[in-house]
Design a protein around this ligand. Structure first.
Ligand SMILES: NC(=O)c1ccc[n+]([C@@H]2O[C@H](COP(=O)([O-])OP(=O)(O)OC[C@H]3O[C@@H](n4cnc5c(N)ncnc54)[C@H](O)[C@@H]3O)[C@@H](O)[C@H]2O)c1
Length: 257
């Protein structure tokens, strides 16, 4: 459906989970993909599944300004100026406010919010320097709108991504660069960095009207659309991919006895 041959796509947090799914969607649509992640072994495993001629991997911690800059520089040495950036890297933590340490708050905000800022800034700078009518996509969450317990830092970080992305979209609008947000609902991945409890998974699954959790490629498919010409007149917007979970509650018993 989409042909990204010759396009250079940079994706963070792409060694596993949703980021890998997004990278695979672009790779399978013909793109050159540069994937960054802070776990080199996982990165190697991910790269082994891609065409070596059309993929590049780099160990990068998105919290580190210098590393993000070097990642973009090296990726562009290989595949030329970036056309599409997906700022996906993130952590999904769990802690009630009263037990939360400042270090934990900082880890989550630094990874999810600052990491998104640094990635998008690198992408926007490159697109401006190269006169590229590019696309930038950030990965927030339905938790940006629907708060949940034990995740105040996560919800705050994902809401920050939304307002950051909208501001960036306005700044980039006169340059023909589109900037949009994907808000996934629950996507079932076997995360080594942010493992979720079986109890949490089961309760969350039950709240999905379409009857199944998201898959990484569900998010990848939305990214393919947002990075395409079909989305040329869309910027500063959020797109929920959640199997109906943000619409309301389904599968309730009859209200009347
Ligand atoms: N899985 C879900 O249900 C869900 C729902 C909504 C939003 N999201 C968002 O989707 C994104 C991906 O989450 P996922 O579920 O695939 O998690 P995941 O843990 O499976 O994958 C995240 C990847 O990001 C990498 N990463 C983490 N911190 C990093 C850092 N500082 N620098 C570089 N790489 C780093 C990890 O190594 C990992 O490979 C996150 O932003 C998350 O908040 C996930």
């Amino acid at each position: 459906m989409f042909d990204y041959s010759g396009k250079h796509v940079i994706i963070t947090g792409a060694a596993a989970g949703i980021g890998f799914g997004i990278a695979k969607c672009f790779h399978d649509a013909g793109a050159n993909v540069s994937i960054g992640d802070f776990r080199p072994d996982a990165l190697d495993n991910a790269l082994a599944t891609f065409d070596p001629e059309r993929s590049f991997g780099y160990t990068v911690d998105v919290r580190d300004e210098e590393m993000v800059g070097t990642f973009f520089y090296d990726a562009e040495q290989g595949f030329g100026p970036v056309d599409i950036v997906v700022a996906n890297a993130g952590v999904i933590p769990s802690a009630p406010v009263v037990d939360m340490t400042v270090d934990e708050w900082d880890r989550v905000l630094d990874t999810n919010a600052k990491g998104t800022f640094l990635t998008c800034r690198a992408g926007a700078r490159s697109m401006l320097a190269n006169n590229t009518s590019g696309k930038i996509i950030t990965v927030s969450s339905i938790a940006a709108d629907a708060a949940r317990t034990d995740a105040s830092h996560y919800c705050a970080s994902k809401a920050a991504i939304v307002q950051f992305t909208k501001s960036l979209a306005l700044e980039m609008s006169k340059h023909g660069i589109n900037v949009n947000i994907i808000k996934p609902g629950y996507v079932e991945v076997e995360s080594e960095v942010s493992p979720l409890s079986e109890e949490y998974k089961e309760v969350t699954r039950q709240g999905i009207p379409l009857g199944r959790p998201g898959r990484p490629e569900d998010i990848g498919n939305m990214a393919l659309f947002l990075a395409s010409d079909y989305a040329d007149h869309i910027t500063g917007e959020s797109f929920v991919v959640a199997g109906g979970a943000s619409a309301g509650r389904a599968n309730l018993p009859p209200a009347q006895p």
